[in-house]
Design a protein around this ligand. Structure first.
Ligand SMILES: *Cc1c(COP(=O)(O)O)cnc(C)c1O
Length: 228
């Protein structure tokens, strides 16, 4: 683990820069920074990177892969107020493992997954419905037309607490071209009276906040490039 201390210092520095960027966007949008939760996406980075961010005050972390989430949650179980968000594609046969960690599941994308999660959760579980706002063929998330049925399926599971919507828009070098997708998610959430809107990553978090993000998921800007 050579360079551990330097790495920790860099994580703290980058985290401070991300917080400043969130504050700038909130100021421009006339919003309070308290309205925006930063999820530090630690996928493919070691548990030590999570510890470094935690030491710098970060409490909410995001993972994409069930196995990695379970392993990190176990390795970091001593950090009691650390909270996890699951932000990857979730297969139904892994729903139980994610529920056991107590992670907020941001990526509920089908009624079948909602039913499975509801059955497997032994305690109330916060969830977001993932919407494919751009209607891309190869992306996960339900189509906007399917959203009412998905929300109904979530609402009929007593253990699931529907918090809001999440989206991963098509990547574009110019965040301005992503703005309409964020606006679309905002409009859908408003139409269904849902308070949480998870949108925006390293490259476009400021635009996402201007368009009403309440959760931003940021990996590279905090932890640097993901190892191999
Ligand atoms: C990896 C990932 C992120 C973080 O992406 P960065 O560009 O590294 O900030 C956010 N959301 C999801 C769903 C991801 O898979």
């Amino acid at each position: 683990m050579s360079g551990g201390a330097t790495d920790a210092a860099r994580v703290a520095e980058r985290l401070a820069m991300v917080r400043e960027s969130i504050a700038r966007a909130c100021a421009r949008a006339g919003r309070s920074v308290d309205e925006v939760t930063l999820v530090a996406v630690s996928k493919r980075h070691p548990a030590e990177a999570v510890r470094a961010a935690y030491a710098a005050g970060q409490r909410v972390f995001g993972e994409n892969y069930v196995q990695e989430l379970v392993e990190k949650a176990a390795a970091l179980a001593d950090l009691e107020d650390l909270r996890w968000h699951f932000i990857g594609h979730l297969q139904r046969n892994k729903a139980r493992q994610v529920a056991e960690v107590g992670a907020v599941v941001e990526t509920v994308d089908s009624p079948r997954l909602a039913r499975e999660l509801g059955r497997r959760a032994s305690a109330p579980l916060d969830v977001l419905a993932q919407v494919n706002v751009a209607g891309e063929a190869q992306k996960s998330g339900c189509a906007p037309e399917e959203l009412p049925a998905l929300l109904e399926a979530i609402a009929s599971e007593p253990q699931l607490r529907l918090r809001g919507l999440m989206t991963i828009p098509p990547f574009d070098d110019d965040p301005e071209r992503t703005r309409p997708h964020f606006a679309r998610l905002r409009a859908l959430a408003d139409a269904h009276g849902l308070p949480a809107r998870s949108m925006g990553m390293s490259a476009d978090l400021e635009v996402a906040i201007e368009e009403g993000a309440t959760i931003v998921r940021v990996g590279t800007a905090i932890f640097g490039p993901r190892p191999g």
